[in-house]
Ligand binder design. Structure first.
Ligand SMILES: Cc1ncc(COP(=O)(O)O)c(C=O)c1O
Length: 388
């Protein structure tokens, strides 16, 4: 892969809003269409930002959820200390879209990706990346230009078994190597426990998350006993946003899905309710009823190419109790109660996404719905794809 070719491709992607010359009714959209309700988005951002700042915690939202520099700008203007991205490709797209404060939350281990990080570090004022192996760190060091500056965090794993090191010795060795390189600055540590985010019962989620954080705090204490300070201790997600704020060591939260909400999150318990409704559903996929193959079934024009299908089914709040079944790449079938004709052909229905992040990744644009209910603009999903 030629790094400059790939970066040029990413830089050529649109990132500015596209105003519509005349607003559209949601029913006029070319479906399936990803509809983002801007007032709900803004309320979610403000609510999370206020919740964290009242508890003395930083807001470092994860942009893997939305992949959109315009949304990063809204989060940064609400007080975010920076944004996270999952991968180097997402970082390239966000930086090309004008976002400067970025943390890449997955390690890299190849020369190609390290070279991209090196290029990006020359462009962004505050680029940071996690490391969890000496090999990965050395790869970055080999490719980083002399003039580049890169913040480094050590990724710690205590239970998830995805990325991160469980060894304090490895963490200390990485920190020592970072300290010896003038281009690098040790910023702190990351711990993310994604496997806990959707535990249904709040009390159980809380107990497990706090237990893991207490192991992380012990690892941090061993690092700090060597006279090293961790300026940043980052992690957490939407499922533990109101749990992990209890952790003294944690400096900022990497919350992602709260911004849109999805059916996976709606199905877990909130702190005091049976449904997790702390944030509003701001994102829907609009689909049109296009066929009625038989009584009791109606086909809509959204299937695997419109909704990520790695979890639950899409849900329409307009049609209580109606089950959606995937019917291939382009279609879904709604099972209507027998004899009921609550959906007519040509009708546009809004579906809550099963899992917001991979659903967003299937679309090129958000159709932006304003307070008057009309669609006024399109926002490009600049980092769509960019899974590298
Ligand atoms: C490292 C990391 N941090 C934060 C998040 C955000 O999680 P959520 O979308 O549950 O808020 C994710 C999501 O997968 C993640 O991988």
């Amino acid at each position: 892969m030629s790094v400059s070719y790939v970066l040029d491709q990413v830089r050529a992607r649109p990132s500015a809003a596209v105003p519509l010359s005349s607003p559209l009714e949601p029913a006029e959209l070319p479906t399936p269409a990803l509809v983002l309700n801007r007032p709900a988005l803004q309320r979610n951002i403000q609510k999370m930002a206020a919740f964290l700042s009242e508890r003395g915690k930083g807001f470092r939202p994860h942009a893997k959820t939305h992949k959109c520099p315009l949304i990063c700008a809204e989060q940064l203007s609400a007080g975010a200390v920076g944004v996270c991205v999952a991968k180097v490709g997402e970082a390239a797209a966000q930086i090309a879209g004008g976002v400067e404060q970025v943390l890449i939350t997955s390690p890299v281990t190849t020369a190609t990706k390290a070279q991209v990080v090196g290029e990006l570090a020359l462009l962004a004022a505050d680029l940071n990346i996690v490391v969890d192996s000496v090999l990965g760190l050395q790869m970055l060091q080999r490719q980083l230009p002399q003039a580049a500056r890169l913040g480094v965090l050590v990724d710690l794993d205590v239970a998830m078994g995805r990325t991160g090191t469980r060894s304090v010795e490895t963490a200390l060795e990485l920190i020592e190597r970072v300290a010896a390189d003038a281009r690098l600055t040790f910023r702190g540590v990351q711990h993310y426990a994604g496997h806990l985010m959707h535990i249904e019962a709040f009390a159980q989620r809380r107990e497990k998350s706090l237990a893991l954080w207490s192991s992380v705090a012990e690892m941090i204490a061993q690092v700090e006993a060597q006279g090293i300070s961790c300026e940043i201790v980052t992690g957490a997600g939407t499922g533990t946003y109101n749990i992990d704020t209890e952790v003294d060591a944690l400096t900022d939260l990497q919350v992602g899905s709260y911004i849109f909400m999805d059916e996976e999150y709606r199905q877990i318990n909130g702190a005091a309710q049976s449904r997790f409704e702390d944030f509003e559903v701001a994102l829907h996929v609009a689909c049109t009823a296009i066929s009625q193959p038989r009584d009791g079934a109606i086909t809509v024009d959204g299937g695997y190419k419109a909704f990520a299908s790695d979890s639950v089914a899409p849900v329409s709040d307009e049609l209580a109790g109606v089950q959606f079944y995937f019917a291939g790449d382009e279609h879904g079938v709604l099972a209507l109660p027998k004899g009921e004709q609550s959906v007519r052909l040509g009708q546009v229905l809004q579906f809550v996404t099963p899992h917001c992040d991979p659903t967003v990744n299937l679309h090129d644009y958000y159709w932006i719905q304003e307070a008057d209910g009309l669609i006024h603009s399109m926002w490009p999903i600049t980092a769509r794809g960019c899974a590298w």
